[in-house]
Write a protein that binds this ligand. Structure first.
Ligand SMILES: [Zn+2]
Length: 461
């Protein structure tokens, strides 16, 4: 396809989406109106049904699939030679605290160029943007130029517990040449942030036992307090500079197989603003600049998410508790096997004299990532340059975690992440919102990504 004609198609897509913008706001409003909070498990079938209907209306062959948890919607549209996989989720986080919202979280409300409501950014707005992209391509080209497969799950906000089984059971349907991840957002400089990978997760809880029951702290000289033991255990996990002390933790990390450094150097990072916002003098171990970015987007981490034990209420209570514990999230990078890290942690605890501490695994999965020279990424980057008028920022690995490995690893589908949210979207919090302008651009971006990908405009040189 000639450059001139891509431009023409892009203009056609833009004017179609502009003219039909209200229609997509209405669809988003219908989706937001269903409180599909996966943690509560209510209204899940209703929301899955609506997503299935929206896909069926567009000619998709639709199936509602279950792998033991909330239903997922699979949609398949055959066309062209290539196939793209689109991953989204229709479930949302609980809206509480309700009194902190300016508007009803389940009633889409437009105000000052923004659309407020639970799920607008995470992730219902993205579902709608992708449906709109399909409509726009059909309208301008007369057909969707490639096969499109949708996987819209209902358990993302509770850790996707049955997604591995669901993917395994639907391998054939989900086969594709490239894929679009559920989310992404616009940064402060107006750049689209495209996520190429997510760290894995090993979430464990450690419980230390003390006396068989809580006891008066007058016994402190002779009765061991589990909080002291827990505190000593915590100190063995990391040194004061923030280095994880579990043997082998950093061994065998070979990177991502391309020049990640080059990407990191281009990543906008307002470190002074971040420090000021958080009231910090400095980051862990005095990290700055590129080294801080390297730690965020390339290296594994270990964090204590919470610690409990004893009396922490108002006033005083002198007691030795019978139990103390902490929750630890370990974020894994490629080359780290979650089972091996878990075994290394167990062995290390035993070596340090904590072999009897109870260890419960709450979550465990590896990292997943895509290289920036994959065709689908290049298509997405070119589309972003056209739509946003500025180079997108490519994030090699999100500092957070997500089950991207199921797509990039298990299915072998390279994934690129982009979305309709922005830095002020307040995801998971009260007043979740998107900007109308980003919503429109997000639709356009998906349409152009699909177009470029189908025409080989993302091909490697
Ligand atoms: Zn979320």
């Amino acid at each position: 396809m000639e450059a001139e004609s891509i431009k023409q198609v892009a203009e056609g897509i833009r004017s179609f989406l502009k003219d039909n913008f209200d229609r997509y706001v209405r669809i988003l409003s219908d989706l937001v109106a269903i409180p599909s909070v996966s943690a509560k498990g209510e209204h899940m079938d209703e929301c899955a049904r609506l997503v299935a209907d929206l896909l069926a209306e567009r000619g998709f062959k639709v199936k509602i699939a279950r792998a033991g948890g909330h239903p997922a919607v699979l949609g398949e549209l055959e066309s062209g030679e290539k196939a793209i996989l689109i991953y989204n989720h229709y479930d949302v986080q609980p809206p509480e605290p309700l009194e902190a919202w300016k508007h009803d979280p389940f009633k889409l409300t437009a105000e000052d160029g923004r659309l407020f409501g639970r799920g607008t950014a995470d992730n219902k707005g993205n579902i709608v943007a992708r449906l709109a992209a399909i409509d726009a391509l059909k309208h301008v080209l007369g057909e969707v130029p490639l096969a499109v497969k949708f996987l819209v799950e209902g358990e993302e906000e509770i850790g996707s517990p049955t997604l591995p089984k669901l993917v395994e059971e639907n391998r054939e349907v989900l086969k594709a040449d490239g894929g679009i991840w559920e989310t992404g957002y616009v940064g402060r400089r107006g750049e689209l942030r495209i996520y190429l990978g997510f760290k894995g997760m090993l979430y464990v809880e450690l419980t230390v036992k003390g006396p068989s029951r809580d006891i008066h702290s007058g016994y402190a000289p002779i009765v061991p307090n589990p909080i002291w033991r827990l505190a000593r255990l915590a100190c063995t996990l990391k040194d004061p500079e923030g280095r994880v002390l579990i043997p082998g933790f950093y061994e065998g990390l070979t990177g991502l197989g391309y020049d990640v450094e080059a990407l990191l150097k281009e990543l906008p990072f307002d470190e002074e603003a971040l420090k000021e916002e958080l009231g910090l003098e400095e980051f862990v171990g005095g990290l700055t600049g590129l080294e801080a970015l390297r730690q965020l987007h390339l290296m594994p981490s270990l964090n204590i998410s919470g610690i409990y034990g004893g009396y922490t209420g108002r006033g005083g209570k002198t007691v030795i508790p019978s139990e103390a514990g902490m929750k630890i999230d370990i974020r894994l990078v490629p080359d780290q096997d979650p089972d091996e890290v878990l075994e290394a942690l167990r062995a290390y605890l035993a070596e340090k004299g904590f072999g009897d501490v109870k260890l419960t695994v709450h979550s465990k999965y590896p990292a997943g990532f895509t290289k920036p020279d994959e065709e689908v990424v290049r298509a997405s980057v070119r589309a972003a340059e056209l739509v946003y008028g500025i180079k997108p920022a490519l994030v090699p690995l999100s500092a957070g975690s997500g089950p991207m490995y199921l797509f990039t690893g298990v299915l072998g589908v390279p994934m690129t992440g982009a979305g309709v949210g922005y830095y002020g979207s307040r995801v998971h919090a009260p007043d979740e919102n998107i900007r109308e302008a980003d919503f429109l651009k997000g639709m356009e971006h998906v349409a152009l990504t699909l177009l470029m990908f189908s025409r080989g405009r993302g091909a490697k040189h």
